[in-house]
Every structure is written in structure tokens, then in C-alpha cells.
Design a binder for this molecule. Structure first.
Ligand SMILES: *Cc1c(COP(=O)(O)O)cnc(C)c1O
Length: 500
């Protein structure tokens, strides 16, 4: 007979079932009524603090049923829902419901996916997930890699591997101080802010980033890229890597990856692709040429919590030769007993990235990939792109809207009042005000982008709940808010003039 120790953390079998079933019922109702709720409730941090209540750490325990029920309400009533059909801001997708079940299951088994012996099945599932992600985007299934928390971490993981591979051999022991030439890296000026963080974090310094200008189609200008590399070589710098973006965060542009790969080969540089947002679109046959060159990448960052519709957090680093990860991250302290046995290679994920103890974030990705399948993803991603085109077309036709850009599933446009002079400063201010109104109004959620010095409204479609009807309604809302905001701004001008 098992002796059952009484502790305040264990939950009895009956209680767990009862509370768990009720939670699942509540979540199911929540998902099925999400479109009836406001996208966000627009409360100030102060108001939210008051609702939460100020209290000190509880001295004694509180019953689980009470805690779960209270917390469910707090979250359902005071969150921003990126799962709402009219959420098109930034790049967080609606969360695949199977992801919620996967996280529950993963937390229940609680494998430590740092070492094979601590997570035999979970480790193999993560390996398979990495392989499937490589297959998904159309690179060799021999790419290795690791799941991480998101795009920033996926890019960091690859960046340090590139540094190990291309910097002088002694860098791991001697650090950067022993490199006689300054290491430099190259990317388009549209590259996400992670690059700056990485350059600081890994000791190169932000001045070692060469922000290459873009051409007329907003891709990195590969001619300027090559000239810059040449000039740096002449001046005794040590170029180590070029970053191509596959779907830039503002407007969705994919760099000329093929061209970048040719330059990387010519100058022996690491070729990294930041595909955090856009690279899943490579699954669509008619977009193959847009992603040409992807198979040459030494490393690729992608984000299952973006266009693969997984709940946060899930990012992935893929590397052509996973030995580069081991060269960078592996060390063997004497207190680890994680050696391989003859029955096959035991992959220990702590040797492939920054983390030591690791959660089982692969499970939700693995399950969603199977629930949907390649063809299902192809259809959903294509529909997202079609919806973004639909919005672009509607904004083009509308007399009070100006369409600005459309790439992958990102559309930018701006509101222009009828009979207004096209004064760019005024329109920038007006559209910024409109965005603020929209973001706090709770009817929809967009973000912004600056395109050719125009402040634009930006819609990014990574949302399997958005329909064509939502888009027509979104246009109506924007026009209504646009007219109102324009009147208010005019009043402000009149007031300023009268006072002045
Ligand atoms: C979102 C994004 C990132 C950052 O990813 P996180 O998951 O937010 O850390 C990096 N690069 C690009 C191109 C992105 O779209």
C-alpha cells in the first residue's frame, strides 16, 4: 500500500477531475464566444491593479476551486485577445485550441527536455518536430535544431553559433579581446531589433552591425551589401555573417535570399535567415520562387507562435549542420551522466542551446502539425494572404483610404479625409491618432508601420478566425473612427489658433 503523504500542494483525484472539467467547460465557452467580447477593454494599469487588488503573499493556502474560478474570470474579463477575429495587430496569431490541451498534458508529465534520459519520449518528439518544421519550409530534413521561446531567442541561438563558426578558433577560450580584427555582421535596415540586442549580448557591439539600405522594392540592396563587405575587408574588419529577412516585420518583404547566399559563399560568411514571421509561407507552391535560396541557409529562425498558430511561446532555430550548435553550446560538467549508449544516439538538448532544464514546448507544435497537416496549413496560410489582399483591394477602392503596401499577409494603408490637402505631417498625425483610438476602442486591433515616411495603419493576418465579413466591418469602423478623429484634430487646430 502506498503511503499518502499529506501536503498542501497535492489535489485529490475527485477534486482535480471536478475543477479540471469545469475549467475545460469554461475555456470552451470562452473560445466559442471570443468574437462577442471586446478585443481589449482599455483599462489603465492603475485600474487593472485595483481589480487585481493589492495584497501581500498569502500566509495560508487558499482552496484550488476558488483560485481557479477567480483567476479564470480575471483573465477572461481583462485581457487583450489575439484570438479575436478582428485582432490583426503585430504578429501574434490566434492560438490553436489543441495547444491549450498540449500544454496541460506537457505540464502534467513534466519532462525535462534538457537531457534524453530525463525525457525519452519528449526528446524524440522534439527531434521529430524540428525535422517536420524543416520539411514544412522546404529545406533538407537533415537540418537539426532546437525549440526556443520565440523569434528573438531563435535568432540569438543561431547568431552565437555563427560567431563560433566564423570567428577565430580561440574565441570560446579567449573571448573577443583576442580577435585582432573587429567582427562585423550585415543585414537590411528593415531587420527586426533583435540584431542590435544580439550584437550587444554577444560582445560585438551595436556598431558592428552594418544596416544595408533597401532597394525600390524594400529588399536589402545586395549590390550595396557586397560593396560594404569588400570595403570592410579592405579596412581590416572581419565579416562573419549576413542576415536575410524572410518577411520583414513592418511590411512582409522577403529579401533576395538567393543573391545573399551567393555573396555568403563568395566571402565565406554564415548565411542566416530571419523567417520568424514569414518563412511558413514557403509551404505554398506558387511562392517557391520568392523563397529561392532558403535551402542554402546555414541557419533559419522561425516562430511557430506566429504563422503556425501555436500558443506562446514557441520559436525554432534550424541549422544546416547541427554540429555548429554543439560546438557552441556543449560542455560536459562532471556531475552530468548523460552519455550515449550503443542503442542509438541520445540527443541531449542542453548541448544545443542556451537553456539547461527545458520544458516541453515541442508538444503543442508537434500536435498542431499533425492535426492540420501540410495541406491544411497550405490552405490556411493561403487564405490569410488572400484576406490581406482583399483588405488591400478594398482600401484601394475606398475614397477615404489609401493603400500603401501588400506583401505576404501584411497590408498597410492610411486614412485620408475627403477634400483634404495631402499634407504628410498632418496625415501622419491624424493616422497616429486614429490608431490610438482603434487600439483602445476594443472593436478591432491594428498596429502601425512607417512606409516611405508615411505613418500607416498595418494589418497582419496570422489569424484563422478572421473572415471576409470581418474585413468589411473593419473598414467601416476605420472610416467612422477616422471621421471622428479628423473632426477632433480640426477642433484642436481651431482652439490653438484662437488661443494663439
Ligand atoms: C516577431 C519577429 C521577431 C521576434 O520574435 P519574438 O517571437 O517576438 O521574439 C524577429 N524577427 C521577425 C522578422 C519577426 O517577425
Amino acid at each position: 500500500m502506498r503511503e499518502i503523504r499529506k501536503t498542501s500542494v497535492e489535489i485529490s483525484k475527485e477534486e482535480f477531475r471536478k475543477i479540471g472539467h469545469k475549467l475545460i467547460d469554461d475555456i470552451s465557452d470562452f473560445i466559442n464566444t471570443i468574437d462577442k467580447r471586446p478585443v481589449t477593454t482599455n483599462k489603465s494599469p492603475k485600474q487593472i491593479q485595483n481589480i487585481l487588488g493589492i495584497s501581500s503573499l498569502p500566509e495560508n493556502g487558499i482552496p484550488v476551486a476558488e483560485l481557479i474560478s477567480k483567476t479564470t474570470n480575471l483573465l477572461f474579463d481583462h485581457s487583450l485577445f489575439n484570438g479575436h477575429p478582428k485582432f490583426l495587430g503585430y504578429i501574434t496569431s490566434s492560438a490553436a485550441p489543441i495547444g491549450a490541451l498540449a500544454d496541460l498534458l506537457a505540464a502534467s508529465v513534466n519532462p525535462n527536455v534538457g537531457a534524453h534520459i530525463l525525457s525519452p519520449m519528449a526528446t524524440e518528439i522534439e527531434k521529430q518536430t524540428v525535422q517536420w518544421l524543416a520539411e514544412f519550409i522546404g529545406v533538407s530534413p537533415n537540418y537539426g535544431g532546437i525549440l526556443v521561446s520565440g523569434g528573438n531567442m531563435a535568432n540569438f541561438t543561431a547568431f552565437l553559433a555563427a560567431r563560433t563558426a566564423k570567428a577565430p578558433k580561440s574565441i570560446k577560450e579567449d573571448g573577443l579581446s583576442n580577435t585582432s580584427k573587429r567582427l562585423t555582421i550585415y543585414c537590411s535596415k528593415t531587420t527586426h531589433t533583435w540584431v542590435e540586442k544580439a550584437a550587444i549580448l554577444f560582445g560585438l557591439g551595436s556598431k558592428s552591425v552594418r544596416w544595408i539600405q533597401t532597394d525600390t522594392s524594400n529588399k536589402m540592396d545586395n549590390k550595396v551589401l557586397e560593396e560594404t563587405i569588400k570595403k570592410d575587408l579592405e579596412n581590416d574588419f572581419k565579416p562573419i555573417m549576413v542576415i536575410g529577412t524572410a518577411g520583414d516585420v513592418s511590411t512582409g518583404v522577403v529579401d533576395n535570399l538567393k543573391g545573399i547566399s551567393t555573396i555568403c559563399k563568395a566571402y565565406d560568411l554564415w548565411f542566416h535567415i530571419d523567417g520568424a514571421y514569414g518563412v511558413p509561407a514557403a509551404v505554398i507552391p506558387k511562392l517557391k520562387t520568392l523563397f529561392e535560396g532558403i535551402t542554402e541557409a546555414d541557419s533559419i529562425a522561425l516562430d511557430p507562435h506566429k504563422w503556425l498558430y501555436n500558443p506562446l511561446e514557441a520559436g525554432c532555430t534550424l541549422v544546416k549542420n547541427s554540429q555548429h550548435l554543439i560546438d557552441t553550446y556543449s560542455s560536459h560538467p562532471e556531475y552530468y551522466n548523460f552519455t550515449n549508449n550503443e542503442e542509438g544516439f541520445a540527443q541531449n538538448y542542453y548541448e544545443y542551446g542556451f537553456q539547461n532544464s527545458r520544458g516541453f514546448r515541442a508538444l503543442k507544435v508537434w500536435l498542431t502539425l499533425q492535426q492540420v497537416g501540410r495541406s491544411g496549413y497550405e490552405k490556411m496560410i493561403n487564405e490569410d494572404i488572400e484576406l490581406s489582399k482583399y483588405l488591400f483591394e478594398l482600401t484601394k477602392k475606398h475614397p477615404e483610404l489609401e493603400s500603401v503596401s501588400h506583401n505576404l499577409s501584411i497590408t498597410t494603408f492610411r486614412y485620408i479625409p475627403l477634400n483634404s490637402k495631402k499634407d504628410n505631417d498632418y496625415l501622419n498625425k491624424l493616422n497616429e491618432e486614429i490608431l490610438n483610438e482603434l487600439q483602445t476602442g476594443g472593436e478591432l486591433f491594428l498596429s502601425n508601420a512607417i512606409v516611405n515616411e508615411m505613418y500607416c495603419l498595418r494589418a497582419c493576418f496570422v489569424n484563422f478566425r478572421t473572415s471576409k465579413k470581418d474585413i468589411r466591418e473593419i473598414i467601416e469602423i476605420i472610416i467612422r473612427v477616422g471621421k471622428k478623429t479628423q473632426r477632433n484634430i480640426k477642433m484642436e487646430y481651431v482652439n490653438i489658433k484662437m488661443k494663439g
